[in-house]
Design a protein around this ligand. Structure first.
Ligand SMILES: C[S@@+](CC[C@H](N)C(=O)[O-])C[C@H]1O[C@@H](n2cnc3c(N)ncnc32)[C@H](O)[C@@H]1O
Length: 172
């Protein structure tokens, strides 16, 4: 069992976490809801992703990220083309319900260097960017709403990834 040195400097904690990190990345379109981006950072930290990529310069609330941004590599990217450049060679999986051909639970395999891309609360993922993604996956919904809050979606997607990656149930 690892006990993170949480009373230490952020750099010390980051160094302790480095060998435990997973190769996956989370990319977020930032416009529209600073609380959502903060919460998405917080949940991404719990899966020790490689990087959190934020497209756009909208702020996020540290109240929502609960300080976890200190331990993560957060890369700010000006626009979609910078995101594409930054992730060149990696599979880009857009997570977006309406445009999806399949749902995440049905895919045979999730690549270990996947970049999961999430849209903004207000506008979703831009259509021209969706066209450049490797594939688009949805999470099934069972109520009457059109979409989940984006931070919840990040948690559900990473939860499915982790369930497969650490099968049969090992945790760090
Ligand atoms: C609140 S939704 C955006 C809704 C936006 N108004 C639209 O019309 O596209 C925010 C983001 O959460 C993710 N999301 C929410 N529900 C989802 C679902 N059921 N399947 C896949 N992605 C979902 C997507 O990445 C989406 O862009």
């Amino acid at each position: 069992m690892l006990f993170p040195p949480i009373d230490d400097e952020a750099e010390t904690v980051r160094a302790a976490l480095k060998p435990l990190r997973n190769r996956i990345r989370v990319a977020l379109f930032s416009f529209g809801n600073p609380f959502a981006i903060g919460a998405a950072i917080r949940v991404s930290h719990s899966f020790l992703v490689d990087e959190i990529l934020i497209v756009g310069d909208a702020p996020f609330y540290e109240k929502a990220s609960m300080g976890m941004e200190k331990y993560e590599t957060i890369v700010r990217l000006a626009d979609e083309s910078e995101l594409l450049r930054h992730c060149a060679g990696r599979p880009l999986w857009a997570v977006e319900k309406v445009a999806a051909a399949t749902n995440l639970y049905g895919v045979a395999e999730i690549p270990d260097d996947v970049v999961f891309v999430f849209g903004s609360e207000r506008y979703g993922i831009p259509a021209d960017f969706l066209a450049q993604c490797t594939q688009t996956v949805a999470l099934p919904m069972f109520g009457v709403n059109n979409s989940f809050p984006v931070a919840i979606t990040v948690g559900m997607v990473l939860g499915e990834w982790g369930r497969r990656r650490y099968r049969p149930g090992t945790t760090l």
